[in-house]
Design a protein around this ligand. Structure first.
Ligand code: ATP
Ligand code: MG
Length: 250
């Protein structure tokens, strides 16, 4: 079976420095994959390559059987790839509802027949999305009333309103309280199956709560892959995390 997303020997350099260097990674449809690795391992760059923010210099990226390596970012968004950046892209002055309406205007329609979010074609659907990320009580409040955690969840709802199928999250729990981190893990768990998710995360509490397959990057490539237990027992992984209080202190 071909994977939903395949990165084959992908590479990119910045001024001769190989930030991603022969990365090969496969993610199946409906999977929730955690991507970890030490600072500078190339995790953010890997997401940049998948969503087309950065163009790959070598290798290929195949999504749903289509070679997207050379596509522009807007074209990749149109085939169903949604990326949440570390800096929020919500409109602070608009309400949660209005933010979702703006995002829905950009929806691809590609998956609307397949996904449960098909109901988002009306305001009832958008309310359902707000409820899904725990913002039902804030639907008609301006986004600048939201806490940091709530803003991150709104961002995820915006990707859903845009009809993203593959969702890329870069450190979604950064700056969150333990309770917010737990809620974010819960949102990811509930998205799994309907959507395919790749989440870059340093918080091992979050990664353990997710409990699915983890991919570990180091020096621009895949170092190891497996369950939490397998990753924690892997001598190669332990080696790269030496000096940073081990993997759990990552
Ligand atoms: N646009 C760029 N120009 C130059 N160097 C870059 C650029 N983007 C990334 N790099 C370098 O590539 C390497 C990988 O960076 P990247 O941000 O992908 O790492 P990361 O795994 O996300 O790290 P972190 O955990 O700190 O977020 C780093 O050494 C970084 O300095
Ligand atoms: Mg990063």
């Amino acid at each position: 079976m071909t994977a939903h997303l395949n990165l084959v020997d992908v590479g990119v350099s910045f001024n001769g420095f190989k930030a991603v260097n022969g990365l090969t990674l496969s993610v199946n449809q409906g999977e929730l994959r955690c991507l970890i690795g030490p600072n500078g391992a190339g995790k953010t760059t890997a997401l940049d390559l998948i969503c087309g923010k950065t163009a790959a210099m070598s290798g290929s990226i195949i999504y749903r059987g289509q070679d997207i390596t050379a596509l522009e970012d807007y074209q990749i968004a149109r085939v169903g790839v949604g990326r949440k950046f570390q800096i929020p892209s919500v409109f602070k002055q608009l309400t949660v509802r209005e933010n979702l309406e703006v995002a829905y205007c950009k929806h691809t329609g590609v998956f609307s027949n397949l996904m449960q979010w098909s109901r988002s074609s009306d305001s009832g659907g958008l309310a359902h999305l707000a409820e899904f990320v725990g913002l039902a009580d804030h639907f008609d409040e301006p986004a600048d009333h939201l806490s940091h955690g709530q803003t991150q969840w709104l961002e995820i709802a915006l990707l859903l309103a845009q009809d993203a199928d593959l969702i890329l999250l870069d450190e979604p729990t950064a700056g969150m309280t333990a309770q917010e981190t737990h809620k974010t893990a819960d949102i990811c768990q509930r998205l799994k199956g309907k959507h395919t998710i790749i989440v870059v995360e340093h918080d091992m509490g979050f990664v353990k709560e997710i409990g699915d397959i983890i991919s570990v990057m180091h020096q621009g490539r895949l170092l190891a892959e497996g369950t939490v237990a397998e990753i924690e027992a892997d001598p190669k992984v332990r080696q790269v995390y030496l000096g940073s209080a081990g993997i759990s202190g990552a």
